[in-house]
Design a protein around this ligand. Structure first.
Ligand SMILES: Nc1ncnc2c1ncn2[C@@H]1O[C@H](COP(=O)(O)OP(=O)(O)O)[C@@H](O)[C@H]1O
Ligand SMILES: [Mg+2]
Length: 849
């Protein structure tokens, strides 16, 4: 809100005669008026020698531009920011009001405040690319207390017609469209306010339907029914203004009247839509009102009679109401002056100058003019008045009158606020939401009155136990155990607590997830570093396998067929014949065996074999190693081949495991069959009498036969399981060997290729340049590479500890040329590759399966 005084400036019309009584003081704001000692005019107090009037500025010889920048620019600026603004010119006829407000419409240099304001507004709008601003214009003339719309629908300023007729050429009632006749001039007998087509004494044409009247009325400083025309450009706005001006001046000519007898109000309305905020589309609505008042001269001095007198009376009436209004307002401000610094602040409606403002009655509604200017004089508006004086001694009385009025206006204060307007559609939605919330709240209260739930009756803070309970509900909600709709919302306080608990749970989950992620990354890194330990593990695994084989042999032996029918013991091998972790049934040990190939890296090697020396710490500044590993696997032929081998072996391993699993299940069911048959046989024996013990009866025989078949089958399946186990073991080793091979070759390749390479692109370039050389040496080195590979596999399997040694030695050898490099297929390929790389790294190093 901008609480400000109405700013008042005084502009003097240039004159040849000049005035000996008027002088501007040094501050440029005070005007000193010497009073003639023997003045006849009763208005002048003979007791005083001079009068001093202070304003916000005095503009004695100011150019139109200076007047604009001093008086109007700031108001227009406010209008652009959403405030209402009013600029009005007051003064006697001929003092320069029209010149100040409209200026010379034929001369660009001499243009007045209105055209300049239009320019400023559109210039600013053009710069606001993110805003949609709609500009509308209206032009109102108040003449003899009747309002005329200078921009109302009309067919043209001049409409051809055949003569004075109540109907115009278009069959429309000229009463509706015709210019208001000012009866003393037009000679019509129709009366003062009746619209009549009036012959243009100059052109012989009839004035067209320019004015609209009588339908207009003022409500809250707003003229209802007044046409507001959209102006999309500065040019369009100026055209509207000029059109109104031309009607104003044409009517003046036509009626031989003086436009100084009417009040002219040109208004620009701005509607700004600016970006949506949390509450939806926000809009600003503001207006700039430019008023060229009728001449303020007193009638008693003009000796007017007839129509002129009538006009003068009306002018006087509205201006005197304006004066009364201003007087009342300034008086009220005086009455509060002692406590509020001389300025009075009015309520937004500008009519609050009653009760607490002393006895002052503000007659806003007494005239059309004051009704329209209500806001400008004491409401939601930023207002500037320009007092025009004609500084010649003969106009001294009018000048004093203007100076006094201006002083009183300067005591007024307004409260300008930004006129925000919300998108109605959005408001409806907002209110719907509010209604829904209120309904829910009501339902809550209803429930509250009918229930004794301790949570619902809680409006204070919750106890720890209650908080825990709410937390439990929050967890269930988050885990999806409880659908959100099923959560009873007991009170607003409860909802708040629930939100807090949900947030807390979410925070906890987030940090848990972060920790997991971090430890997974750490694990991956560790695994990459300790890859060498795999070899050790492979050996350990193979030893374990041997142990298991031994135990399986024992088991196999135990599952024998005794000479005695009662001698069956399936799967009970001596405990020392088994490796520790293989304890239990053969099935159990096979299950362990199954995981072997993948769990090898989980067992920390006693002496980790570190391949990292081959990478060299100097590589730290080069491109990411895992990226390089990926490049190696996908872009370097050697790596691609090794990676392929690894994949094939892993695939075979998976197939073998599935096969082993099926056979194991078969073996288990075979064992169950043997167990139940043995049990049945024993039962049968138990039921026999002493004498019959040695005789095998038919039932017994049947069981024994079945048992024999079952055992034979079992042994067959067992053999198959054993074979498969061996295949799985071999294949597991092959997988490990392929992994080691791939990583070892990568470790060879990496430092060679990475030397002085700092970016992925550089690496690719280097790979490409080397590919030529590689082509030449390919054949030769393929063989040597193959040898190296086989050799390395052997070394790893025989003595993993020696790998570092071999690798170091080999790195001294002549650089192995790179396989043919391939350029990447664009960024998409890079992205796909990165994803594959992440997945494969995880797969290769046992994070996922
Ligand atoms: N500041 C000024 N500089 C130049 N000419 C002026 C100035 N003020 C008024 N005039 C001239 O004085 C005459 C009367 O001015 P006008 O604006 O019509 O007075 P009003 O509207 O107050 O009756 C016009 O011819 C106008 O061009
Ligand atoms: Mg004028």
């Amino acid at each position: 809100m901008v609480r400000s005084a109405v700013h008042v400036y005084l502009r003097t019309r240039p004159t040849s005669a000049g005035s000996s009584s008027l002088s501007v003081q040094q501050d440029g704001k005070t005007i000193k008026m010497l009073l003639p000692k023997n003045a006849e005019a009763g208005l002048i107090n003979n007791q005083l020698e001079h009068l001093l009037f202070k304003y916000d500025g005095i503009l004695p010889k100011a150019s139109q531009e200076t007047v604009y920048s001093t008086c109007a620019q700031d108001v227009v600026d406010h209008v652009l920011r959403g405030y209402n603004g009013t600029i009005f010119a007051y003064g006697q006829t001929g003092a320069g009001k029209t010149y100040t407000m409209s200026g010379d419409t034929q001369s660009y240099q001499q243009r007045g405040i209105v055209p300049r304001a239009i320019h400023q507004i559109f210039k600013e709008i053009d710069m606001r690319v993110d805003q949609e601003v709609v500009v509308r214009a209206s032009y109102l003339e108040i003449y003899n207390e009747v309002m005329y719309d200078l921009l109302a629908d009309h067919f043209d300023t001049l409409v051809p017609s055949t003569g004075a007729s109540s109907m115009d050429g278009y069959g429309q009632s000229s009463e509706q469209y015709g210019i208001n006749h000012r009866d003393a001039m037009g000679g019509s007998k129709k009366g003062h306010h009746k619209g009549t087509a009036v012959g243009d004494p100059y052109s012989g044409h009839f004035l067209g339907s320019s004015y609209k009247k009588d339908t207009l009325h003022v409500v809250d400083a707003e003229v209802k029914g007044l046409v507001k025309r959209v102006a999309n450009t500065e040019e369009e706005a100026l055209a509207l203004f000029f059109a109104g001006e031309s009607i104003r001046s044409t009517s003046k000519h036509a009626l031989n009247s003086n436009s100084s007898r009417s009040h002219c109000i040109f208004t620009l309305y701005l509607e700004t839509k600016q970006g949506s905020d949390s509450l939806g589309m926000k809009g600003l609505q503001s207006k700039l009102t430019c008023v060229d008042l009728a001449g303020s001269e007193r009638t008693k001095k003009t000796h007017a009679s007839g129509q002129t007198l009538k006009e003068a009376m009306f002018i006087n009436k509205s201006l005197s109401f304006l004066e009364q209004t201003v007087n009342a307002l300034s008086k009220a401000s005086h009455s509060r002056g002692a406590s509020s610094g001389g300025r009075r602040v009015l309520g937004e409606d500008g009519t609050s100058a009653s009760s607490d403002q002393g006895n002052a009655f503000v007659p806003f509604r007494q005239s059309k003019l004051t009704s329209v200017l209500k806001d400008a004089l004491g409401g939601n508006c930023k207002t500037v008045m320009i007092g025009n004086i004609w500084p010649e001694d003969r106009h001294l009385e009018e000048t004093i009158s203007t100076l006094r009025f201006a002083s009183r206006v300067r005591q007024l204060t307004t409260n300008a606020v930004v006129n925000e307007r919300r998108d109605p559609e959005f408001l409806v939605k907002k209110y719907e939401r509010q209604v829904a919330n209120l309904k829910q709240e009501l339902a809550m209260r209803d429930a509250l009155s009918g229930t004794s739930n301790r949570l619902s009756s809680r409006y204070g803070s919750f106890s720890e136990a209650e908080k825990q309970e709410i937390k439990r509900i929050a967890r269930k909600m988050l885990n999806g155990e409880t659908p959100i709709e099923d959560v009873t919302l007991h009170s607003l306080n409860y909802i708040r607590e629930l939100f807090m608990q949900v947030k807390q749970c979410a925070d906890e989950q987030k940090s848990e997830l972060g920790n997991k992620h971090a430890s997974a990354m750490l694990e991956l890194e560790t695994k990459l570093k300790q890859f060498g330990s795999d070899a050790t593990k492979v050996e350990a695994a193979s030893k374990a396998d041997e142990g298991k084989a031994a135990s399986d042999e024992a088991a196999s032996a135990a599952v024998g067929e005794s000479d005695k029918p009662s001698g069956f013991h399936v799967g009970n091998a001596p405990s020392d014949a088994r490796p520790d972790r293989g304890a239990g049934t053969p099935v159990a040990s096979m299950e362990n065996q199954e995981d072997l190939a993948d769990t090898y890296q989980d067992v920390s090697a006693p002496m980790p074999l570190d391949l990292s020396p081959a990478l060299g710490t100097s590589m730290s500044g080069s491109i990411d190693k895992s990226t390089a590993f990926d490049l190696f696997k996908y872009e370097v032929e050697e790596g691609r081949n090794l990676s392929m081998i690894l994949k094939e072996r892993k695939k075979r391993l998976t197939d073998l495991r599935h096969n082993l699993r099926d056979q194991t299940m078969e073996l288990n069911s075979g064992k169950e069959e043997i167990d139940s048959l043995t049990h049945a046989l024993k039962n049968r024996e138990g039921t026999k009498s002493e004498g019959d013990q040695d005789v095998v009866d038919e039932e017994q025989y049947k069981y024994m036969q079945s048992l024999k078949t079952a055992k034979r089958n079992y042994r067959e399946v067992y053999q198959k399981v054993r074979d498969s186990q061996l295949q799985v073991q071999t294949c597991s080793r092959d997988v490990v060997a392929a992994k080691v091979d791939l990583y070892k070759r990568f470790n060879d390749w990496y430092p060679r290729t990475m030397a002085n390479v700092v970016s992925r692109d550089e690496l690719l370039a280097k790979m490409n340049s080397l590919s030529v050389q590689a082509d030449e040496e390919n054949e030769l080195l393929d063989a040597s590479e193959h040898f190296d590979k086989v050799e390395m596999q052997r070394i790893i399997l025989e003595d993993p500890d020696s790998l570092a040694f071999h690798t170091a030695k080999k790195s001294l050898k002549k650089m192995t040329p790179l396989a043919k490099g391939k350029t990447l297929r664009g960024e998409k390929a890079k992205a796909t590759m990165t994803r594959r790389m992440e997945r494969d790294l995880a797969l290769n190093f046992g994070l996922k399966q």
